[in-house]
Design a protein. Structure first.
Length: 151
């Protein structure tokens, strides 16, 4: 008996402003953008920038992922973007955009197990192009922190 697994393929989407190459069909719910190339003269493609936005916050209490498109592709409407993130393989959680078009959220770290973890950010543009980025972080504990078995 022959078995046929679902194979990934690349799809090229052409609009008047952009040529986008997407990887699709590999059991992902949405295609993943591999490359986007502007067609308009002097236009630049959108680039997803993800980083930690944790100024003056104790490391073990919480983390704040942040994401933005810099530059934003000509024709993308920032008011119609959507962004979300997830920790490791957990559920997707929505992010909130501020007045400077930066998407942010905050999550507590106290209940996350010790070790290396990832926060994956997914941003979908007004033109239905989805970008993803990953942030890695480590959870450590010290001997001075209270624990469930502590005194």
């Amino acid at each position: 008996m022959e078995r046929h697994d679902l194979a990934a393929y690349y799809r090229v989407v052409v609009t008047p402003l952009l040529v986008t190459v997407e990887r699709a069909g590999d059991r992902a719910a949405k295609p993943v953008v591999v490359a986007s190339l502007p067609i308009a003269a002097n236009a630049r493609p959108s680039v997803l920038r993800v980083a930690w936005d944790d100024p003056d916050i104790p490391y073990l209490e919480r983390r704040r992922p942040a994401a933005t498109l810099e530059p934003r592709m000509l024709g993308d409407n920032p008011d119609k973007e959507q962004a979300e993130y997830r920790l490791d393989d957990g559920p997707w959680k929505p992010m909130t955009k501020d007045r400077r078009d930066i998407w942010r959220d905050q999550f507590p770290t106290q209940k996350i197990p010790v070790g290396m973890h990832s926060a994956v950010v997914r941003l979908t543009t007004s033109n239905a192009i989805t970008y993803t980025g990953e942030l890695l972080f480590e959870i450590e504990r010290t001997n001075t922190e209270p624990t469930a078995n502590g005194p």
